[in-house]
Design a protein around this ligand. Structure first.
Ligand code: SF4
Ligand code: SF4
Length: 192
């Protein structure tokens, strides 16, 4: 026969135990998982994603984005707006003059990162992006979206390193292909 109210007593026992252990046990030792934000912060997983940012190599002028517009087309809520920069002759300069993302519309899906063929746009870990203005406060322009490759390496080391290696291999292949045929053949003879 089950004692009437036994379930309630058992539940209260668990609550009381958790209340006591919360004072001396750490979360990974079975204590209560409480973080005193913002003074305390939990680390984020490498693949945690919030809003996108644009990567540059060395200096902001060396932005990787070539303004191809693929991410703009594929973004489900259409919150990316890109305008191509034109050179003195009026030809496309293969970089964006305008690159805006409305963080207020972004649904954090990561599709832009997935589809970019130039390793230019990645999901950031930064989440404190609140703004007082409802309509325009969350629109981020190119200047605010640009972040260095060093920052990318800090927040997503495994992915950034894989991409660095891939880009280096492509560069080396291009350099080898650009070498005149004569220097390639002389190099070949020298090695015999
Ligand atoms: S994360 Fe998704 S919604 Fe946000 S900008 Fe990229 S594609 Fe658009
Ligand atoms: S971020 Fe990538 S996909 Fe988007 S416009 Fe630039 S190069 Fe193209």
């Amino acid at each position: 026969m089950t004692l009437f109210g036994w379930g309630v007593l058992k539940g209260m026992g668990v609550t009381f135990k958790n209340f006591l252990t919360s004072y001396f046990r750490k979360p990974d030792e079975g204590g209560i998982f409480t973080v005193q934000y913002p003074e305390e912060r939990e680390g984020t997983a490498e693949n945690y994603r919030n809003f996108p940012f644009l990567v540059y190599d060395g200096a902001p002028e060396k932005i990787r984005c070539v303004a191809c517009g693929i991410c703009e087309r594929e973004c489900p809520p259409k919150c990316i707006h890109i305008e191509m920069e034109l050179d003195a002759a009026g030809k496309p300069a293969r970089k964006p003059a305008v690159f805006d993302i409305d963080y207020g519309l972004c649904m954090n899906c990561g599709m832009c990162e997935e589809v970019c063929p130039f390793d230019s746009i990645f999901m950031d870990h930064a989440f404190e992006v609140a703004a007082p203005e409802r309509q325009i406060g969350l629109v981020r322009h190119k200047k605010e979206l640009l972040k260095s490759n060093e920052y990318f390496r800090e927040i997503r080391p495994a992915l950034a390193s894989a991409i660095d290696q891939k880009r280096k291999a492509v560069e080396e292949k291009k350099k080898a292909a650009a070498q005149p045929a004569s220097s390639q053949s002389s190099g070949g003879t020298g090695s015999l």
